[in-house]
Design a protein around this ligand. Structure first.
Ligand SMILES: *[C@@H]1O[C@H](CO)[C@@H](O)[C@H](O)[C@H]1NC(C)=O
Ligand SMILES: *[C@@H]1O[C@H](CO)[C@@H](O)[C@H](O)[C@H]1NC(C)=O
Ligand SMILES: *[C@@H]1O[C@H](CO)[C@@H](O)[C@H](O)[C@H]1NC(C)=O
Ligand SMILES: *[C@@H]1O[C@H](CO)[C@@H](O)[C@H](O)[C@H]1NC(C)=O
Length: 851
């Protein structure tokens, strides 16, 4: 018969609401008391309190005294009633240890509600006075309300402030304290949720989870979602959204960022900015070691180092009036994770006046509470979801919000604050966490073939598949096809039939026909005939062959070539190579060789694939299941998008083993080498006689002996006003082979640069000084044959380009495509087997391979 009193109360309450509705707000508390008291009862028995909400909330509800909760009075005393200005209730809860007290601030507007419960972390500080702790509870609860309201998380603001009289926090008995926090949370009966904040840790949350029986704690427990990464995602989303609104583009390649504070949030943001292609990411931290992040430039003084975009991820209040006024000219944006980055309003206004666009942290650092919203409204999804989807969703909604705000403010920094209210949603309505599931569905795409990696092999495969009518989605983690951080970037790669191996020489002939197809279908000119000279000492066979080995093959295959029997012959034919005179050198030249415009060629193949290939840039794969539902391949990108495909191609060069790890497939036996090159200035006159050439010398210590030069006609991207440049590089690695890219040093080694400089001085005396230097990854197999094979029924791989693959581009695409379509491959793929000894990490399984 337990429904009877409910029904009676319902009737009574409805009547009461009717009766009082004309009186409006002046007499709310009586209704509130009924409404609240029974809403709990009804929620527990009927599972819904909607009826109560619709009448009582928000218009009639103001703060009611404690009796709203049956047993609240036993646990709490109210120490601060809300007032016009402070608008938060603070209750003091019992703590059973000396010198510690606890104050819980809850935004008065939701105090006592479970439909919009309070949510804020627990902070533990050595406050000087009780009043300062209470004031902090009010201030922080209000701050949290602004965050929750900004996205309608379904929560209102709250904070648990624990005041310690001890300066030394280690004397506090944490487990006992968390038991007291748990008692307080229990008394709120779902009206209050909490998590970590200053000076509380995961260990405290474990105690709390235990003491609350897993209720009322939103701290990412039992889930792979990392709240720091969630916060970093809202920072990145807000940065991108700001740029979209301010400049109409999310291209960050011309921007210099300063990330202030390199803790978990700051370092995650910095790495992502590097990956998204920022011009430079400067990092600063109190601990200089923390600022050393791959691809970033550590700086000492963030407030005095020029940048376009300041990303505060450290202590509150760091941007003082002085900092704001004296920050180096050129700063345009300030978006970060720090709560209250400005010391005061004045400091913020100084930045505004200087035209610095600042997006408030109620948007840019809302990541963790957005995750909370999902955790509270859909705990099953929260605990099972791929974290990347959560981060991607957070990034997306932060991006949209930041962009909306900047647009509302008419791109004017000084209108941002007054326009905040324009982007805050109504409080009524579904909480944002409920959108997550829909977002996942909306961001799922399907394709026939997923291609991972947008360099030579990936774009060539897309091109070949498109010709066969097969759709593909190509994901590239960098911000462009063939990005600078990978192996296919740049102006030039050699093409030549001049090989010591007949097999590769014939492969080149076939590949040239296919390059012609690419040029025709893309309408771009990609190959340029410069001729190519092999010259130097009689080395035995090297990774690039040898002069005499190549000569033999040219003769045997009847390919046109010129032979120079002595160093004098070479010097006579090429005045720029005068230094060959008198040396025991020989040379062979293939006139029909030349260079391929490397980056352009990759772009052209993707373009020629047309709408058969969907290219997704800035899309790093973070999970890969090759055995999904129905045998499908299911991948998730770092921005949370799901891609389903029938099969996939792994064509990501030095990142191959990382992706194989994600998929749980066996690794290949690959080494990553750091290989260096640079551009040298040369007069137009001198450049005329510098050929495209490969110089063979015997190894000597760290000098691997193999040097190449590309003529000035092959360096088009840096040609400028009257000056010419040649590209010179080495074909031997620096230092140790690497297992993955995490320790790759894009600066390269000074020692090798010195060798290159010395080589130029000795062998190309007409060439001037070096203007830049690059270090690129080569992915090597032990026998320098590529790997082109299937690793599972629905997985094909191309890797181990070994610095020699580019010239075969579209032909390699045909080979990889044939693995998936089941057609006959255009060349014998046996030498490229993944099962041969040289490509397996456990060689005993494989068969030996011809080298
Ligand atoms: C607690 O944390 C804050 C900020 O992380 C720190 O400044 C403070 O000194 C810590 N300890 C105490 C006893 O408040
Ligand atoms: C919002 O920004 C606009 C400029 O786009 C400005 O005119 C207006 O005063 C701002 N404030 C509000 C409350 O809309
Ligand atoms: C992802 O989902 C959101 C929300 O549902 C939608 O606005 C957006 O367009 C989707 N993105 C893509 C690439 O489909
Ligand atoms: C391939 O993509 C095109 C264009 O995007 C689309 O119209 C077509 O339906 C797709 N075909 C298959 C088989 O998925």
């Amino acid at each position: 018969m337990k429904f009877l009193p409910v029904a009676l109360t319902l009737a009574f309450t409805l009547t009461s609401v009717d009766a009082f509705s004309s009186i409006g707000k002046s007499l709310p508390s009586l209704i509130d008391i009924y409404c609240m008291g029974y809403s709990y009862y009804i929620q527990r028995t009927l599972g819904s309190d909607k009826w109560c909400r619709s009448f009582a909330y928000p218009h009639l509800f103001t703060v009611s005294p404690l009796p709203a909760f049956p047993n609240l009075g036993d646990v709490f005393k109210i120490v601060k009633e809300p007032c016009e200005k402070c608008s938060a209730v603070v209750v003091e809860a019992k703590v059973e240890q000396e010198g510690v007290s606890m104050y819980i601030g809850i935004d008065s507007d939701s105090y006592g509600h479970t439909n919009r419960p309070g949510n804020g972390g627990i902070r533990l500080l050595n406050y000087k006075t009780r009043e300062s702790a209470i004031a902090d509870a009010v201030r922080l609860a209000k701050g949290m309300t602004r965050k929750h309201d900004m996205f309608r998380t379904g929560f209102s603001g709250a904070k648990v402030v624990v005041k310690s009289d001890h300066k030394d926090l280690s004397v506090i008995q944490r487990r006992k304290l968390m038991q007291n926090v748990a008692s307080a949370l229990h008394a709120f009966e779902g009206g209050m949720y909490t998590g970590c904040d200053l000076n509380t840790s995961d260990r405290d949350m474990d105690y709390l989870v235990e003491a609350t029986d897993e209720k009322y704690v939103l701290a990412g427990r039992n889930s792979q979602v990392d709240t720091n990464v969630a916060t970093a995602s809202s920072v990145i989303g807000s940065i991108i959204g700001t740029l979209q609104a301010m400049s109409g583009s999310d291209d960050i390649s011309e921007l210099i960022f300063t990330v202030q504070g390199c803790g978990k949030v700051g370092s995650t943001v910095a790495k992502e900015l590097v990956r998204l292609g920022a011009k430079n990411v400067q990092t600063c931290d109190l601990f200089p070691e923390s600022a050393k992040i791959q691809g970033c430039t550590p700086i000492k003084d963030w407030a005095r180092t020029p940048c376009d975009f300041l990303v505060p991820c450290a202590n509150s209040l760091a941007i003082t009036e002085d900092v704001a006024a004296n920050f180096p000219a050129g700063i345009k944006y300030c978006v970060g994770a720090t709560n209250s980055p400005f010391a005061n309003d004045k400091a913020r206004e100084i930045f505004e006046k200087r035209g610095v666009m600042h997006i408030p942290e109620s948007i840019s650092s809302a990541g963790a509470i957005l995750a909370d919203s999902v955790e509270w409204y859909d705990i099953d999804l929260y605990q099972t979801v791929e974290p990347a989807k959560m981060y991607g969703w957070i990034r997306d909604i932060s991006r949209v919000k930041a962009s909306d705000l900047a647009a509302h403010a008419g791109q004017e920094p000084q209108h941002v604050t007054s326009n905040l209210s324009n982007v805050v949603p109504e409080r009524e309505g579904e909480p944002v966490g409920k959108d997550f599931e829909t977002w996942i569905e909306d961001n799922l795409s399907s394709t026939e073939t997923l291609i991972i990696g947008g360099g030579l092999a990936g774009t060539a495969t897309a091109f070949s598949l498109a010709e066969k009518g097969v759709n593909s989605t190509l994901v590239e983690q960098g911000s462009s096809i063939a990005p600078a951080s990978a192996s296919s970037n740049g102006d030039s790669r050699m093409y030549r039939k001049m090989y010591s191996s007949e097999f590769f020489s014939k492969m080149q002939s076939k590949a040239l026909d296919r390059w012609a197809d690419v040029e025709r279908k893309s309408g771009s000119s990609l190959l340029q005939e410069n001729g190519l000279l092999f010259y130097g000492e009689d080395t035995s066979e090297t990774v690039e062959g040898s002069v005499l080995g190549a000569l033999k093959v040219m003769e045997r295959l009847g390919l046109p070539h010129k032979f120079y029997a002595t160093g004098d012959d070479i010097a006579n034919a090429y005045p720029a190579l005068e230094s060959c005179r008198g040396k025991p050198y020989s040379g062979v030249c293939e006139d029909t060789a030349g260079h391929i415009r490397a980056s352009k060629a990759c772009e052209a193949m993707a373009k020629a694939a047309g709408d058969k290939c969907d290219v997704k840039l800035n899309s790093k794969i973070v999970s890969l299941n090759t055995n999904g539902e129905g045998g499908k391949v299911v991948a998730v990108t770092e921005d949370g998008k799901t891609i389903k495909a029938d099969n996939c191609v792994i064509s990501c060069g030095p990142w191959t083993n990382d992706v194989l790890d994600l998929a749980g497939l066996p690794r290949l036996n690959l080494d990553i080498w750091q290989v260096q090159w640079g551009h040298y200035e040369v007069s137009e006159e001198a450049s005329a006689s510098i050929p495209q050439a490969f110089h063979f010398r015997k190894e000597n210590g760290i000098d691997g002996g193999l040097y190449y030069v590309f003529p000035s006609s092959a360096t088009e991207s840096i040609q400028n006003g009257g000056k010419s440049y040649v590209k010179v590089g080495v074909d031997f690695p620096t230092g140790h082979a690497l297992a993955d890219m995490s320790s790759f040093n894009y600066q390269g080694s000074e020692e090798v640069l010195k060798l290159i400089d010395e080589w130029v001085e000795e062998h190309l005396p007409s060439v001037g000084k070096r203007i830049d230097s690059y270090c690129s990854p080569y992915t090597m197999t032990k026998d320098s044959y590529f790997v082109m094979d299937k690793l599972a029924d629905n997985v094909a791989v191309f890797s181990g380009g070994s610095g020699r693959a580019f010239k075969f581009g579209p032909l390699l695409g045909d080979c990889v495509a044939s693995l998936l379509t089941g057609e006959k491959a255009p060349v014998d793929l046996a030498p490229f087997s993944a099962k041969r000894a040289a490509s397996l990490s456990s060689p005993e399984v494989g068969q030996a391979v011809v080298a």
